[in-house]
Design a protein around this ligand. Sequence first.
Ligand code: 6GU
Length: 252
Amino acid sequence: MNFHIMTLFPDMVEQGLKTSIIGRAEAKGLLSIDAVNIRDYAFNKHQSVDDYPYGGGAGMLMQAEPVFQCYEAVCQKTKASKEGKRPRLVYLSPQGRTFNQEMAEEFAKEDELILLCGHYEGIDERVLEEIVTDYVSIGDYVLTGGELAAMVMIDAIARLVPGVLHNDVSAEFESFQDHLLEYPQYSRPETWHGKQVPPILLSGHHANIEKWRREQSIIRTAENRPDLLEKAELTEKEQKFLEEYRKNSLQS
Ligand code: 6GU
């Protein structure tokens, strides 16, 4: 999969994504990450890409033309352009739809994806109307620019590309797939700072271990993300377990 990031800070994105699993996947040729500097498409001699907003107001806006020229150049590089097709273009801004795992899975099906990072107070609406296919935010807080959001999206999408994770099953059985958070995990030693590993994990009884893990997932989800539980599919026994747990935690 090929990611193209349109940004005023290409180093930030490249540095951030070249380490760890995503960097290794790029070295293996499973994906490519190409950060393009919008400033290279400035059309005046000062290389400026921003200007005052019509109607007044705080701050500066990114102008339409450099963003558009940068987009045209990126499209020329993509495979699809030879067939006259244009890749999806995601504009990262707090005004977008909130990113989630389902969207990551949807985007992971694409061969090419362009991510546009805004700065200053935003981008001239007219170019957004012409080129953006998806408006995405990563959560309800305000960042100084779209770069960190683009990196978050790329990380979440890239790990779903076949071969990127060592273990093909691990992407499947994780949090959110079944609308439950992950259970706690333990490794050696058996006792650390006086704390024991839960004895059931040493029992070798796989069915009991599975049951315990499901229950731990249910407890965590009830505590931290009760909103997720509505979609989780619990057996009747698990529903009873949850009711008991809630009763007991009300008492204590
Ligand atoms: Cl995508 N951009 C900015 N600037 N702030 C954000 C965001 C994006 N998502 C959450 N906050």
